[in-house]
Design a protein around this ligand. Structure first.
Ligand code: WTA
Length: 658
């Protein structure tokens, strides 16, 4: 592999060799059987057309796929649909208005029960409110909210009106929000007064006030009251949700939009400091989100209770809380808070309370549960669970087995789902009624999806070989570009294997001897911290924007709980005071302020020099060796090889961690 590889070593992954076939009973009742692979194999476009027919289309497409303008795909060309109608109205019309769509559980313990009929009324009222504010199809709306039902109403109201939403994770800073509003020229921000975090209300609106002070495109700020926190108010610009939405009619007729109408933009970290606005459109996106949710989780809409623990600020929340599940008439739990508030059994208490049958979470959380101990889940009745899922980073076999034994009672299939913000929906995953699962492997591309592991030259590696993960055929929920930057889109994803026309995912992978795929982590300068993508450059830019910092280099170091931890090496300016604990704390806080607390470095090491090649490129590989306490690798290409000695010595006295 390349020297950039930051993933766990394959040797660690291959310590578990058992496989787990589905029970006969599960396989017999599963939504997806082995025939699904055969159908996709026989005629890929006909297969996807059949999946698209699971949705309601106001007018049918003339062409399944137009790839003539590659890498800009068009799916279901000429078709028209309304995404929100597909997620809400049609379930009410088919007689399921009284079915619970959302069991909402607030962090302080308050609850709301929302049926599909309620959801339709709320989404309609919200759509009427956004129309009253003068918003029109194609306009962009920023949503900066905690996990409350109004966040979902807002997303669906945008979809209903053809507005393009840009959800910004509520843990991001004012600066991160500002740059995203600016990039998309959003006209409206929907937010709350505050949010509950670990049992306490924390203000949210001040960050919006700070952001929109510098974004002239914003006309209004719509504010949901969640915590009753006192907020500053700009008359004419700021509007309480209760003043505007509550008075609206609960009737609204949806309009059909083109299959390629933009549905949302979601910003994700790239290898430069500037986040990329990943653009998703309507028909193809909803087709694949819906198809994967139905088959990968084996959703039975009449009996299952589904829970995805992601935040709507990430793509998992978009595809597997909002669009996929609701299009399948799910009954789901939405939880506002952190997993250890008020106690470490909160998730299992919720599973027991609602009879959750499908649970989808991230490896970092599973490893945290492991740390808290198996006695905690053992106190609850988890017998309702029948499918478990994992997403966001490679799951180590040890965590996989712990999940199966302690949450899944050695019975439930586990689906390890590989995908990205860019892919829009799951791409590589077991099918729970078909696949004999292997702890640590996402295994193979879903029916209709094509993935390969290739070498430097783009040639597929043999079984047992490792290389780069590529997607060699277009798929319905693929990104349609980077908002406002077609060149960056081509360059980022399509230039590495331009001759072959492959999409390069940025991940390293390997085939085992059976041809199953094992993900090995990113091969670019993107870190994966608790399943969150953060670019090294973004953190470096934040650090050097601090007046005391002359230079900074950031690496992701292996971390037993979070997958990777952010380790920063900084050179202070000549006139700055020495790098004591206060200086280090100031820098960590500064990064949290610039990007958000999720990007706060685990460690900041003040060093006299950074290791550079003769051409001036920072050698991150060596810094990772230091950060992971390995003996330092080959330093022959360093301009000044004594630098590493200086760094190591500097660390021994100046390294700081808290
Ligand atoms: C990583 C999250 C291994 C991968 C849906 C990818 C995974 C990045 C898995 C995308 C998995 C996601 N096994 N690695 N099952 N799922 N990843 O855009 O490095 O937040 O490129 O999308 O997470 O992160 P993103």
């Amino acid at each position: 592999m390349t020297e950039q590889s930051q993933g766990p070593a394959l040797d660690n992954l291959l310590t578990e060799s058992r496989t787990f076939p589905p029970s006969d009973e599960f396989a017999a009742a599963a939504n997806a059987g082995p025939d699904l692979y055969a159908a996709a194999e026989a005629d890929r476009e006909a297969f996807w057309a059949k999946q698209a027919e699971r949705l309601h289309w106001d007018s049918k497409w003339d062409q399944v796929l137009d790839w003539s303008d590659a890498p800009f795909a068009k799916w279901f060309v000429g078709g028209k649909l309304n995404v929100a109608y597909n997620c809400v109205d049609r379930h009410v019309e088919s007689g399921h208005g009284e079915q619970i769509a959302i069991h909402w559980e607030g962090e302080p313990g308050d609850t709301r029960t929302i049926t599909y009929a309620n959801l339709l009324a709320e989404v309609s009222k919200t759509a009427n409110a956004l129309t009253e504010l003068g918003l029109q199809a194609g306009d962009r709306v920023a949503i900066y909210m905690p996990m409350i039902p109004e966040a979902i109403f807002s997303m669906l109201a945008c979809a209903r009106l053809g507005l393009t939403h840009s959800v910004v994770f509520g843990g991001f800073s004012a600066e991160a929000l500002r740059s995203r509003i600016e990039d998309a020229s959003a006209k409206l921000v929907i937010t709350t007064d505050g949010q509950y975090r670990r049992g306490k209300p924390a203000a949210l609106k001040p960050a919006v006030d700070e952001a929109v002070a510098q974004t002239p495109t914003i006309e209004h700020v719509l504010v949901v009251k969640r915590t009753d926190t006192e907020v500053a108010w700009t008359e004419g610009r700021d509007i309480w949700w209760s003043d505007l939405v509550d008075k609206q009619s609960d009737q609204h007729t949806p309009e059909a939009f083109d299959s390629e109408h933009p549905l949302y933009i979601l910003y994700t970290s790239g290898t430069t400091g500037k986040p990329k606005g990943i653009l998703h459109t309507s028909g193809g996106y909803l087709t694949q989100a819906s198809y994967t949710h139905f088959n990968v989780f084996d959703l039975k809409p009449d009996t299952d209770v589904y829970w995805c623990t992601a935040d709507i600020g990430w793509v998992t929340g978009h595809s597997y809380i909002v669009y996929g599940p609701l299009s399948n008439r799910v009954t789901q739990v939405v939880y506002e808070g952190t997993p250890n508030t008020p106690h470490e059994g909160r998730h299992w208490e919720i599973v027991q309370k609602y009879g959750v049958s499908i649970y989808y979470t991230a490896p970092t959380l599973i490893r945290t549960f492991m740390k808290w101990g198996k006695d905690i889940p053992a106190k609850y009745d988890l017998s309702s669970l029948r499918v478990l899922g994992s997403v966001g980073e490679p799951i180590n076999p040890e965590a996989w087995i712990w999940y199966r034994e302690n949450i899944g009672a050695n019975r439930t299939p586990i689906v390890d789902t590989w995908w990205q913000t860019e892919t829009g929906a799951i791409m590589i995953s077991p099918l729970p009624g078909v696949t004999s699962t292997k702890p640590g492997s996402a295994q193979r591309a879903l029916p209709g999806v094509s993935a390969k592991v290739v070498d430097d030259q783009g040639k597929e590696v043999p079984h047992g070989g490792g290389g780069y993960l590529v997607l060699d055929k277009p798929w319905p929920s693929m990104l349609r570009g980077i908002w406002g930057d077609n060149d960056r889109y081509r360059d980022t994803y399509w230039s590495r294997f331009a001759d072959q026309g492959f999409y390069f995912a940025g991940d390293g992978a390997k085939y085992d001897n059976d041809g199953d795929i094992w993900l090995l982590g990113r091969v670019d300068d993107v870190m994966n911290v608790s399943g969150h993508r953060i670019s090294t450059t973004e953190v470096e830019s934040a650090l050097v924007s601090h007046p005391t910092v002359a230079e900074a280099a950031v690496v992701g170091a292996t971390d037993p709980t979070t997958g990777q931890g952010i380790v920063a090496f900084v050179i202070l300016r000549g006139d700055a005071v020495d790098g004591g604990a206060d200086a280090v704390k100031a820098l960590r806080d500064h990064v949290a302020k610039e990007i958000g607390p999720i990007a706060k470095p685990r460690q900041v090491m003040v060093v006299p020099e950074l290791p550079k090649t003769r051409s001036g490129k920072i050698m991150r590989r060596l810094l990772r060796d230091v950060a992971e306490n390995r003996s330092i690798g080959d330093v022959t290409t360093l301009a000044d090889s004594s630098v590493m000695d200086m760094i190591s010595q500097g660390l021994n006295k100046g390294g700081s961690e808290d």
